[in-house]
Design a protein around this ligand. Structure first.
Ligand code: AKG
Ligand code: FE2
Length: 326
């Protein structure tokens, strides 16, 4: 049995020292063990989450042809709509079925040039009124929470609180917010692949909002068994990605997870926020995470090199246009 810890960060966010120490300790424990936790008592207003979820519900209800006009395959910076089957997060398994989700991605708007920099794509305002506004408001609210979580993570590692700031708050950072829609799964889908293939996340940390349908599962490595991450309305599932595992020299764990949509007549919506940080940064194991007398477990790696490779692998043919800019 795996229990995903639920951490209330409200005391930390208002600067209470006792609560901060307790949150940092709980975070450390979660990151060293399962690499997954749920964050409650956070700073993202309920109304911002509700407006956002309503906005994406209306967007995904548009006709397929209309959504395709915003396809991320046509975006020079890989933003916009991705159809069901567009990505295969179980990227190295040739037999895996592509993911049964459709998505819509945005990032901060930056001038075209650097890798993944450029404009977002948006539907016409009169087609989905308020979509852009609700999405952007949500994006910056979660961005702000992610910066606070990075600071708590620094404290949890016994480091200076601001030590991840250059990564997590970089103005050219490539944070990605991707909303997902999973179709209802009828009874006759039992036994078929559904949801999202087993994978670890690419970046440093992920903050995932899921509705109440469920289906997200984590792998417990020692037993090879899958365990649910039970939905908690309004909470953020927070998990460590591969870059953070590397940065902490395997002390914090990037855990395999997947979505197996439950048999249900209801659509499922979720949204993942990935703060993958500053592209130019070189990640090398933190000296404090390397046991005395041992060498680091990893070579230095540029964030951009890592992210580019994982996008190209997981998007397959749809990822061939994702290129590093000169
Ligand atoms: O939709 C979900 O619950 C999880 C999606 C996910 O794991 C991802 O986008 O990396
Ligand atoms: Fe994931």
């Amino acid at each position: 049995m795996v229990t995903i810890p639920v951490i209330n960060v409200s005391g930390y966010l208002v600067g209470d020292p006792k609560a901060t120490a307790a949150c940092a300790a709980a975070l450390r424990d979660a990151c060293e063990n399962q690499g997954f936790l749920q964050v409650v008592g956070h700073s993202v207003p309920e109304i911002t989450q509700k407006n956002f979820l309503y906005a994406i519900t209306r967007f995904f209800a548009l006709l397929q042809d209309e959504k395709e006009t915003l396809s991320q395959d046509n975006s020079p910076c890989h933003r916009g709509y991705e159809r069901i089957g567009g990505q295969k997060l179980d990227e190295l398994n040739a037999d895996a079925t592509p993911d049964q989700k459709e998505g819509f991605s945005i990032r901060p708007e930056r001038p075209l040039g650097k890798f993944l920099a450029g404009p977002n794509q948006w539907p016409d305002e009169n087609r989905v009124p308020g979509f852009k506004e609700a999405y952007m408001e949500y994006f910056w609210a979660v961005h702000s929470l992610s910066k606070a979580i990075f600071q708590l993570m620094a404290l949890s590692l016994g480091l200076d609180r601001t030590c991840f700031d250059a990564f997590a708050a970089d103005p050219d950072g490539i944070c990605l917010c991707r909303a997902h829609h999973y179709n209802p799964t009828p009874k006759d889908a039992a036994g078929r692949t559904r949801g999202v293939g087993a994978h670890t996340d690419f970046g440093a940390i992920t903050l995932l909002l899921q509705d109440t349908i469920g289906g997200l599962e984590v792998l417990r490595k020692p037993t090879g068994t899958w365990h649910p991450v039970p939905p908690i309305e309004g909470a953020y599932v927070c998990n460590i990605g591969d870059l953070m595992q590397r940065w902490t020299n395997d002390r914090y764990r990037s855990t395999m997870h997947r979505v197996i949509s439950p048999l249900s007549q209801t659509d499922r919506y979720s949204c993942a926020f990935f703060n993958d940080g500053a592209l130019d940064m070189i990640i090398e194991p933190l000296p404090t995470c390397i046991p005395e007398g041992e060498s680091p477990a990893y070579e230095p790696l540029k964030v951009e090199t890592h992210i580019l490779q994982r996008y190209q692998q997981s998007y397959g043919a749809g990822g061939t246009h994702i290129k590093r800019k000169a």
